[in-house]
Design a protein around this ligand. Structure first.
Ligand code: HEM
Length: 455
C-alpha cells in the first residue's frame, strides 16, 4: 500500500513578509537566495490566490512536466497572465489531453528536421539583407537587431513568398498588433489579471489588431487555395499546413494558429539572440574560439561550437526563468497531495544554476555542451513533457545559422566590464542594456594571400 500523501500544509511555508524575495528566482545568482534555506519545496498562499508550490526537487519536476492529464499549463497562464486573450484559448498551449495530442500532431510536421533544413536559406538571406545596415565600430543595441532578425525570419519561414503589396500590409498589421500587446494600456490590463482571479479585462485595440492580422492571413490562404494544386510544393509553414491534414481546419482557425506561432516565437527568439551577442561580448575567450574555428574553415567544428554557445546561453539566460502547471484535479506528485486548482511553479533558472547538475554553474562555459547534448531533465529552457516548446529545434537551428552568417562577416568586440545585470521584461529575462555590443568587420588572414577583408 502506498504511504498516505502529505498535504501542502506540511511543507515549509514562505511567510508573506518574504514574498518580495521571490524575484530572486528569476534573476541570475538564484543560489544565493535565502529562499533556498526553505528546502527544495516550499509553499505560499497569497490572499486571493490558489496555493502555490515551488519545487526544484527533480522527481517532482519530472512528474509534473510529464503528467498531461492532471495538470494544465494553459490554466496556469490564464490564472496569472493575459496570455489566453493574447494567444486565444483554442491555441496549442491552452489545450490538454486528447485535444492537445491531436492538434500537436497536426502542427508538428513543419518543425521536423527535414523541414527545418529547408528554412536555412531564408535565415541566411535575412542576415545578408539586414547586416549592411548595422553600424560597425560603434555600440549598437543588439536586442533591437534580434527583434529585426526574428521577425524577418518568421515572416519568411511562416508565410514564404507573399505578393509585395499584401506582404507590406501583413508586416504593418503584425507590427500594430505587437504594438497593442506592448502598450501601457494592455500592460495595465495584464497586471490586473491575477488580482481579478484570472479574468483579463477586454482590450478592444488588441481585438481589432488581431482581427486585422487574421484578415490578411485569411486573404493569403484563400489566394493559395486558388492556385493550381493549392500552391502545393512550397516550403513555407503556411503552405505545408494547407497541404496536409490541416486542410480540415477552417481558415479562421488556421490563421489564428499561425498568429499563435508567430507570437510564441518572436520575442523569445529576439531576446535569446540578444543574450547570445551579450554573452559573446562578455567572454572574449569564447569569441576567440569561434574566431579560430571560422579562420580555420572547419565548418563542422564551428557549428558544433556555436550549438554549444547557444545551449550554454540558454542555460544561464533562459527567457522564461520559470514555468508551471495548475492541477486540474486532486493529484499526488511524488508523495505530495496537490489539491485541485493549486499551482506548481517549476523554477527553470534555479535548476540551471544548481551545482548538482552543472559544476561551476555560474561560469559561462560552452565546452560543457560540446560532447554532450543538453540533458532534457536538467536543461529546461523550452520546458519539458507534452507541452515542450514546439519550436525548440527551430529556435536552436535558427540561432546557429544566424550567428554563423553574422560572425563570418563581423567580429564582436570584447566588453571588459562584467555583463550588466539582467532586468525583467514582461515575462522574460532580457539584457539590461539591450545587449549593447560593438561589431567590427571580420578581416580574414589566409596563409597565401595575407590580409583579406570580407566586409
Ligand atoms: C529561444 C526561443 C524560445 C523559447 C525560450 C521558448 C520557450 C517556450 C516555453 C518555455 C514553452 C512552454 C513549455 C512548458 O511549459 O513546458 C514554449 C511553448 C511553445 N513554444 Fe516556444 N520558445 C521559443 C521559441 C519558439 C519558436 C521559434 C516557436 C515556433 C516557431 C515556438 C512555439 C511554441 C509553441 C507552439 C508552444 C506551445 C507548445 C504546446 O503547448 O504543445 N517557440 N516555448
Amino acid at each position: 500500500m502506498s504511504p498516505t500523501p502529505i498535504s501542502l500544509a506540511h511543507l515549509p511555508r514562505l511567510r508573506a513578509r518574504h514574498y518580495g524575495r521571490l524575484g530572486d528566482l528569476i534573476r541570475p545568482g538564484t543560489h544565493e537566495s535565502p529562499l533556498l534555506a526553505l528546502g527544495k519545496r516550499f509553499v505560499l498562499s497569497p490572499p486571493g490566490f490558489p496555493p502555490m508550490l515551488i519545487t526544484h526537487d527533480m522527481d517532482d519536476v519530472r512528474e509534473v512536466f510529464s503528467n498531461h492529464d492532471d495538470f494544465s499549463v494553459g490554466q496556469l497562464m490564464s490564472r496569472l497572465s493575459s496570455h489566453d486573450r493574447v494567444f486565444g484559448r483554442e491555441t496549442l498551449i491552452f489545450l490538454e489531453g486528447d485535444d492537445h495530442r491531436r492538434e500537436r500532431r497536426l502542427f508538428s510536421p513543419p518543425f521536423q528536421s527535414k523541414a527545418l533544413k529547408s528554412y536555412e536559406d531564408v535565415m541566411v538571406e535575412v542576415v545578408e539583407r539586414t547586416l549592411p545596415d548595422w553600424p560597425v565600430g560603434e555600440p549598437i543595441e543588439f536586442l533591437k537587431v534580434g527583434y529585426d532578425l526574428a521577425i524577418g525570419v518568421l515572416l519568411g519561414v511562416i508565410f514564404g513568398d507573399v505578393a509585395p503589396e499584401r506582404q507590406d500590409r501583413l508586416k504593418s498589421a503584425v507590427q500594430e498588433w505587437f504594438g497593442a500587446i506592448e502598450s501601457r494600456g494592455f500592460l495595465a490590463v495584464t497586471l490586473l489579471t491575477p488580482a481579478l482571479g484570472g479574468y483579463t479585462l477586454p482590450y478592444p485595440p488588441l481585438v481589432s489588431r488581431q482581427a486585422a492580422v487574421d484578415a490578411v492571413v485569411i486573404e493569403e490562404i484563400t489566394a493559395r487555395r486558388a492556385l493550381p494544386g493549392g500552391g502545393s510544393g512550397r516550403k513555407d509553414m503556411l503552405s505545408r499546413y494547407i497541404d496536409t491534414e490541416l486542410d480540415q481546419h477552417d481558415d479562421v482557425a488556421l490563421a489564428r494558429n499561425m498568429r499563435g506561432i508567430l507570437l510564441g516565437a518572436y520575442e523569445t527568439t529576439a531576446i535569446t539572440l540578444g543574450w547570445i551577442a551579450a554573452m559573446l561580448a562578455g567572454h572574449p575567450q569564447v569569441m576567440a574560439e569561434l574566431d579560430a574555428r571560422i579562420e580555420s574553415g572547419d565548418s563542422a567544428g564551428l557549428d558544433a561550437y556555436l550549438d554549444a554557445v547557444v545551449a550554454e546561453t540558454m542555460r544561464l539566460r533562459p527567457v522564461s526563468p520559470f514555468t508551471g502547471r495548475r492541477a486540474l484535479r486532486d493529484t499526488v506528485v511524488n508523495g505530495v497531495l496537490i489539491p485541485k486548482g493549486a499551482i506548481v511553479i517549476l523554477p527553470i533558472l534555479l535548476i540551471h544554476e544548481s551545482p548538482e547538475h552543472y559544476p561551476d554553474p555560474l561560469v559561462f562555459r560552452p565546452e560543457r555542451f560540446l560532447d554532450e547534448r543538453p540533458n532534457g531533465h536538467t536543461w529546461l529552457t523550452f520546458g519539458a513533457g507534452p507541452h515542450r516548446c514546439l519550436g525548440a529545434s527551430f529556435a536552436l537551428v535558427e540561432a546557429r545559422i544566424l550567428f554563423r552568417a553574422i560572425l563570418e562577416q563581423r567580429r564582436i568586440e570584447p566588453i571588459v566590464d562584467a555583463l550588466e545585470p539582467p532586468r525583467r521584461f514582461h515575462t522574460g529575462l532580457s539584457p539590461a542594456d539591450n545587449a549593447r555590443i560593438t561589431l567590427r568587420p571580420r578581416v580574414r588572414v589566409t596563409e597565401t594571400s595575407g590580409a583579406k577583408g570580407t566586409a
